[in-house]
Design a protein around this ligand. Sequence first.
Ligand code: ADP
Ligand code: ZN
Length: 732
Amino acid sequence: MAKAPGFFAEGERVGVLTAQPPGRVLDYLAPEGGCQDGAFVEVPLGPRKVLGVVWGAGEGDFDAARLRAVNRVLDLAPMREEMQAFLTRAGAYTLTPLSAMLRLATRAPGLGDPPSMRKLYRPGDGQPARMTDARRRVLAAAAAFGGLGVTLRELCDEAGVSASVVKGLVRESALSEEDTPRDIAYPRLDPESAGIALTDDQRAAAEALRAAVRTRAYGTTLLRGVTGSGKTEVYLEAVAETLARGRQALVLLPEIALTAEFTARIEARFGTRVPEWHSGVTMTERRRLWKMAGQGGCQVVVGARSALFLPFRDLGLIVVDEEHDSAYKQEDGVLYNARDMAVLRASLCGAQVVLASATPSLESWANAEAGKYARLDLVARVGAALLPEMCAIDMRTETLPPGRWISPSLQSAIRARLALGEQSLLFLNRRGYAPVTVCRACGHQIGCAHCDARMVEHRFLNRLMCHQCGESVPIPPACPACGAEGRLAAVGPGVERLADEAAALFPEARVVALSSDLFGSARALKEQIAGIAAGGADIVIGTQLVAKGHNFPNLTLVGVIDADLGLQGSDLRAAERSFQLIRQVAGRAGRGEKPGTALVQTHQPEHPVIRAILSGDEEGFWRTEAEERRRAGVPPYGRLAGIVLSSPDLQEAFDIGTRLARNAAPLTSAGARVYGPAPAPIARVRGRHRVRLLVKAPKGVALQGPIAEWIAPVRGSSRFRLSVDIDPQSFF
Ligand code: ADP
Ligand code: ZN
C-alpha cells in the first residue's frame, strides 16, 4: 500500500523529540491510527507522560522489541517542517540542545489537555415575564456583545448586577447560555481599512514594503528614520498587505510597556485588538494564542522576543521595532538574539522582515551597506515636528554644590519650559537613589554578600538592592564594617535622588520618576506613561525606559544628566550604545507641534562620540565606528563567542579555563584564537565565581563546530557550569 509522505502507520518506528533531558530524539512506535511527521504527541518517558513532537523516522539502533508506543496524538496542529528546520538551525547556531529549543517553542500550559470550555451568554429568544432595571441593563449589555457572546463575569461587571440576575434571565430564555471552547479564534482584522494619509516619503517606503510582501519570498529591509518620522505608520502598511494576502504578521517590541500603546494603534487602524505575547500574559491566554497561531485563528501578534517561537501557520511578515535594542538578546537560558533569529525564521518560511530603528545597530547598517538588506530612509519628521536642537553643557564650566547634578544652565532651560506649561525630561540611566553607599566613619562601601557588586540604595523601597542578583536588604542603621551609627551616606546620582533634587529646585512643578523598579506592575507603569502623555507631569525623570518609543506630545526639553556615563565601559559597543541611547532620548523632545531642545551635560564635549551625538551626523558616526571595528576584526567584521565558566570554587573555574586555553587545537586549526581565562568583569554573581574566555575569528569562519569539539571534553557538574554565548552583546 502506498504510504503518504511523512505519515507513519501504527507500529512503525518514529523518532520523538521531547523537551526533557536527555535531549536526544528517542525512538517510539507509532500509535493506533498512525501519526504524521511533526505531530504533537504524548509519550511515556520513564514513569512520566510527556509532550513530544514526531521528529522523522526512528534511528533504528534501539532494540525494537523494547520500544514503547506513543500514547496518543494530541489535538494540535502538527509542527510544520519549516518550524522543525527553524528550531534545528537556531539550536545549531546557538549551540543549544534541541530539547531546550522545543521548550522555547511550547511555552504554553496544558497543550495536551482536552479543550477547556466556558459558558458564554448571548441574547435569547424569550421575553422575561417581569422587567426590572437590573434585567434591562443585562439585556442591553448582552445585546452589545451580540453573537460574539460574553462571559458571566464580564456581563455582571458590565451591567453591575449579581450572577443571580443573569441566571434568572437564562431560565426565562431571555438569554442563552452555551458551553463554548475557551481557545477560540481572535476577531478578524480589516486589511482594507485605510490608514492616515501618508506623506510622499512614507508612501514611497510603504509601497516598497508592500511590493516586498507580495513576492511571498524572504527579504529583509532596514527601515530607518528619526523618531517621529512615521515608521510605524509605514510598516503598518506592510502588515495590511500581509493580511490582505491571507498571511500572518508578527510585530516584536523591545519593551512590554510599549505593547498597550501599540495595540491601541492597531485597533485604530484595523478595527479590533490583537493578542499580545509576553511574560505579563495570563496562562489561559497564552494557550489560546499558541493554538490560534497554529490554526490561523490570529492574524497579528504583538510580542516580546519569545513570540518568535510561536507555531505560526503562515507567517508572512516579522517587524522588529527598535531593532538595535539590546533587549532582543536573551541573556539567560538559551542565548539568542531575536533580531537575528527573526531573519533566520523568515528565510525558512518565505517571509519579509522589517527592521525599524532611528539608530540601527552597526550589524544591520553593515548588512544594508553590503546589499544583504534593502534600506529605506525616512528623512523628515511628520508634519510640523522638527528634530530637536542639540547642545552640550560643558560641566567643567558650571558650578554645582556637591551632591547636585542639574547644572545652572539646565535649570534655567527647565524654568523656561515650566513658564510655558511645557514638559521637560531629565534622563539618567541609573535606577535607585544612589549607586554607592559609603560609611563616612570608616570609608567602607556596602557590597552584595553574593556578588562582586555594590549595593544600590532604593530610598523609595527603603532598601539596598543588588542589581546583579536582585538581593535586597533593609538599609542598615549602622555601618556593617565599623558599627558607626548614622554615618552611612549616599554617593552619586540615581533617578530617585535626581527626582528629589528637581522637586527641591522646582517646588511648584509636578515631578514624576519613571524607572522599571518603581512600579509594582506593567499595568501601573502603562498608566503612569499614559498620564504623562496626557499632561499629568511637568518634569519627568527617567532611565532608559523613557528612551523607548513613548509619545509625549507636550515634551519640549530633554536634559541628559551624564552623557559620559556610557562611554566608560570597556564594552565593544559602548560608543554605539551611547550614541543610540542619547539620540533616542533626545528624540523624545518636540514630537508635537512645538520644536524641542536637547541639552547634554558632559565633561568631554570634544569626545568624538559626544561630537557625533551633537552634530547628528549619523552616517559619519557609523562610518567611523565601522572602520574601527574592521581594524580590530570585531563584529560585524569578525566573529566572537564568549565562554563563561562558573563555580563556587574559583580555582576549579580557572583550572578548567586554563586547560581549555591550552588545548585549543580545534579552534586554532579553524583560524580562531582564544583569549583568557580572565576573571569576568563581574567576577562573582550569586556566590559563583566567573571566569571568561573569548574566542575570536575572521568573519568567514563558522565557529560552532570547532567550539563544540573544543568544549566536548569539559563536563558540567552540579557545581561547575559552562555556557557559550555566540555573538555576545554584553561582556559582564
Ligand atoms: P516613528 O515610528 O517613526 O516614531 P510614528 O509612526 O509613531 O513614528 O509617527 C509619529 C507620530 O506622527 C504619530 O503620532 C503618528 O500617528 C503621526 N503620523 C505618522 N505619519 C503621519 C501622517 N502621514 N500624517 C499625520 N500624522 C502622522
Ligand atoms: Zn548580588
